[in-house]
Design a protein around this ligand. Structure first.
Ligand SMILES: NC(=O)c1ccc[n+]([C@@H]2O[C@H](COP(=O)([O-])OP(=O)(O)OC[C@H]3O[C@@H](n4cnc5c(N)ncnc54)[C@H](OP(=O)(O)O)[C@@H]3O)[C@@H](O)[C@H]2O)c1
Length: 343
């Protein structure tokens, strides 16, 4: 039996990626596409990547009623706008996977500090499961509401958590230097993302403290059972998709860290620890749900760990589908590829 799903925010980059994934999934099917400024148009007018029956689907307004058949709602909406839609979907008895940041924090104060706004329904914080699947799959399986992690936190926490759990890191000396393609900033018009502004350039942004720093610290603490301090500097560069995070780490016996990571992810489909001496690249994971991780020991107390994901897949819609598979009892990798679109 197929599970009908609604995608709210279907006209954005993560929404479009969800459509692509759900369309080729054997047990999920698209039953509702929601939009905001583009509502009332046919999906094919706004999304060049789709065709056939789906392209002629009318885009519903974000508050339009959703058919009773729909069991799962993906909210791929800006933070702040997502919370209300999440609450409505839960109130009508559906499961929700929220790709925004609205339910990634446990405390209202942290949310407010990171996002600068009041949250309309903080009473749902306790129920939300932070869906970094590799570390939370048993909670995801029982959840009504999954808060899908941010892309930068996904690329950072996957290598960081096993090292924290093994107690080998100096948790006050963590520097995360990340680079993202421009799809990470979404599809809305923004002058700083125009071709002429971004092409052939590289720039840092979000300082002194990008909002994902709170999320990284909260869940490094939550999963790694250690209070950490992370200095996080994101950069944007002229490629459509892809994310690379370089973790500058200090601690004990860095020569053992490759083994720690290899053992932690030995049975994981989507986390790939590269052989010693190899470092990852965004090209090698583009179009796949994989996170590739490489380790370079650079001293008796220090190492650099590099992690790569496709921000729209393991960093967003791919991980959302991975969580959906877990929530509905399907094989976790169903409909997701470990093979990149390469070259
Ligand atoms: N891009 C990434 O790599 C990435 C990774 C992880 C998480 N996320 C998170 O996922 C969410 C979606 O990101 P995105 O990159 O797909 O964004 P996006 O490309 O900007 O798309 C936003 C979507 O939300 C709709 N929308 C905009 N304002 C709205 C409002 N006030 N009420 C209801 N709907 C509204 C838009 O509809 P119209 O087009 O019709 O206006 C569009 O469908 C964001 O919260 C983002 O932080 C993104």
């Amino acid at each position: 039996m197929n599970i009908s799903v609604a995608i709210l925010g279907a006209t954005g980059y993560t929404g479009a990626e969800l459509i692509r994934l759900v369309e080729s999934h054997p047990h999920f099917e698209v039953a509702h596409l929601g939009a905001h400024s583009q509502s009332g148009k046919r999906a094919g007018e706004v999304l060049p990547g789709i065709s056939g029956e789906l392209a002629s689907t009318l885009l519903a307004a974000s508050d339009a009623p959703i058919s009773d058949q729909v069991q799962l709602v993906f909210t791929a909406l800006p933070h702040g706008a997502a919370a209300e839609s999440v609450k409505n979907a839960l109130d009508s008895g559906r499961k929700v996977i929220d790709l925004s940041a609205d339910f990634r924090h446990k405390s209202h104060d942290t949310y407010k500090e990171a996002y600068g706004v009041e949250h309309p329904c903080p009473e749902l914080f306790d129920e939300a499961v932070y869906g970094l699947t590799e570390f939370s799959r048993s909670d995801v399986a029982d959840a009504r509401l999954v808060a899908n992690p941010g892309c930068y936190p996904t690329s950072t926490l996957l290598p960081l958590v096993p090292l924290l759990r093994n107690g080998v890191l100096d948790s006050e000396q963590i520097i995360v230097d990340s680079k993202s393609g421009t799809s990470g900033a979404g599809r809305s018009a923004d002058r700083s993302l125009l071709y002429c502004e971004i092409n052939e350039g590289l720039s840092a942004y979000g300082l002194p403290r990008h909002r994902h720093a709170w999320e990284m610290e909260e869940w490094a603490n939550g999963f790694g059972q250690q209070s950490v301090s992370i200095r996080f500097v994101p950069h944007i560069l002229p490629m459509s998709r892809g994310m690379l995070s370089t973790l500058h780490l200090s601690g004990e016996r860095p020569e053992t860290w490759h083994k720690i990571l290899s053992q932690a992810f030995a049975h994981e489909t989507f986390v790939n620890i590269l052989p010693e001496g190899q470092l990852p690249s965004t090209q090698a994971v583009k179009g796949s749900n994989r996170c590739d991780i490489g380790v370079a020991v650079i001293g008796t107390k220090q190492a650099v760990v590099v992690s790569c994901i496709d921000n729209l897949l393991k960093g967003a819609s791919g991980q959302a589908l991975q969580n959906a598979n877990v929530m509905f009892g399907f094989e976790e990798a169903l409909g997701l590829s470990t093979t990149a679109l390469w070259p």
